[in-house]
Design a protein. Sequence first.
Length: 86
Amino acid sequence: GILTLLTEWSRKERELWEGGRASGAIYHGNEKFHEFLGKAYGLFSVANPLHPDLFPYVRKTEGEVVAMMIHLFRGRTSRDDDDDGG
């Protein structure tokens, strides 16, 4: 079935990077972390952020991610022309 095929594809791809030959290409290869991500995704996989009345926590999470990115870039936007070098 489909899951069998996807499992095989995943195994083949994992062989390409699992040996440590993929510097910078894999963000986090830890198996327990992959399990966590799968469970977290599964909890909200049917959510549609276009309907915040039905899925308010997806909208909340989306806002938190945007806030983290703003913090990482020190509140700067792509329209900021000056660069403080930092």
